[in-house]
Design a protein. Structure first.
Length: 378
């Protein structure tokens, strides 16, 4: 079986991160021959240093990575064609799909959402206006009536093998007893300065791991620096910020697993923070029409089920404060209340991860492919 995945980089690392994880899982666990078409190899190289940014085609971990340019090098459509995040297939590729004796299964892999309407639209077909082809909407999600989440079989064993202290040593961090360990992966935002101030003035010492180049202008300003340097520690009262390199996906999973709280953004890191079973704070991608707040609220409503009222309120208040430009005082109170229920949030994160383990996107996708292929033949 052959699969083509088309990816256009819009949300920087999130789009390519999701597509790369899916491509690897399809190849490693299901023996699918995968071509991954990406229009921004430089962004991909940030996540995977093995990527050659000047190469039209290259094999990476068993996946053929192709630089998606205006002129396609190979127009042989695969059996399963995945259009990631409505990136729109090239017309010449669609024309080639029409010429095949057996039409490929064409799937539009949508963005992740916990909104109730997702279950109504998951697996709905959409006929192509200029051909006999049709594509199927495939929605990732958090329940049995959705496509599930990307989660490879080896994740749990890899996380169990993580030596957190060795990882922290590699990243140049030393800890004192009682120090909270936080990873910070967020969008540039005015709330960052408020968050750093809250952490600096808190009673408990905190160490923050910050990927190099991320929100560096705002954070350098906080520490009265012209720029942040890789491997350096920046101190302010009870806050220490350690600037770390951009990690590979496997290393990043280990970091998430090793920290007490993970601030994540977009989709890929958001999902991984759930799968490592640790408390998280989501910085959702902001949209001008405010649709992102509906998505944020929908996930909170789903995720907080089973928590005590105190834990529900603490999670809701911190997530809303972080995403809605709260005052410094409101953010400070929200952080204080969040720490009070951190143990319960940790226990809940473990329960949530076990629930999500039942909903495997790659497996569901291939089941969908097999079902649609059988229908097509009859």
């Amino acid at each position: 079986m052959r699969c083509d995945i088309f990816c256009k980089v819009i949300d920087n690392y999130g789009d390519v991160g999701v597509c790369w994880r899916l491509a690897k899982q399809l190849h490693n666990e299901y023996a699918v021959t995968v071509r991954l078409w990406i229009d921004d190899l430089a962004c991909f190289a940030t996540l995977n240093p093995a990527v050659k940014t000047d190469s039209a085609e290259q094999w990476l971990e068993g996946v053929l990575v192709v630089c998606w340019q205006d002129k396609l090098l190979d127009l042989r459509p695969a059996d399963l064609v995945i259009e990631a995040f409505a990136c729109f297939l090239p017309e010449v590729y669609i024309e080639a799909m029409q010429k095949k004796t057996v039409a490929p299964i064409w799937v539009n892999l949508e963005y992740l959402s916990a909104e109730p309407w997702v279950t109504d639209f998951h697996l709905l077909p959409s006929p192509h206006a200029q051909s006999h082809l049709k594509k199927t909407f495939f929605f990732p999600g958090f329940g049995a009536k959705t496509g599930g989440l990307i989660q490879e079989a080896s994740l749990r064993s890899r996380l169990q093998a993580t030596d957190s202290m060795q990882l922290f040593a590699e990243l140049g961090a030393d800890f004192v007893d009682g120090q909270i360990k936080v990873s910070l992966f967020c969008y540039p935002d005015e709330m960052i300065l408020k968050l750093l101030q809250v952490w600096a003035n808190a009673d408990q010492p905190l160490c923050c791991f910050l990927p190099q180049g991320l929100a560096s202008v705002e954070i350098a300003h906080f520490f009265s620096q012209e720029e942040l340097r890789l491997g350096q520690h920046y101190q302010c009262c009870n806050l220490t910020v350690v600037v770390i390199p951009f990690l590979s996906q496997d290393k990043y999973d280990q970091l998430l697993c090793s920290c007490d709280i993970n601030f994540v953004r977009g989709e890929d890191s958001f999902v991984r923070a759930q799968l490592v079973a640790k408390p998280l704070v989501w910085h959702i991608y902001r949209q001008e029409d405010g649709v992102h707040l509906d998505k944020l609220s929908a996930f909170i409503q789903l995720y907080r089920q089973g928590m005590s009222l105190a834990a529900q309120d603490a999670l809701l208040n911190l997530w809303q404060a972080w995403n809605q430009n709260a005052t410094l005082a409101a953010l400070q109170q929200a952080w204080h209340d969040y720490l009070l229920v951190l143990n319960e949030l940790q226990q809940h994160a473990v329960c949530w991860q076990k629930q999500m383990a039942e909903h495997n996107l790659a497996r569901n996708l291939l089941n969908c492919y097999q079902k649609m292929g059988t229908i097509a033949r009859f």
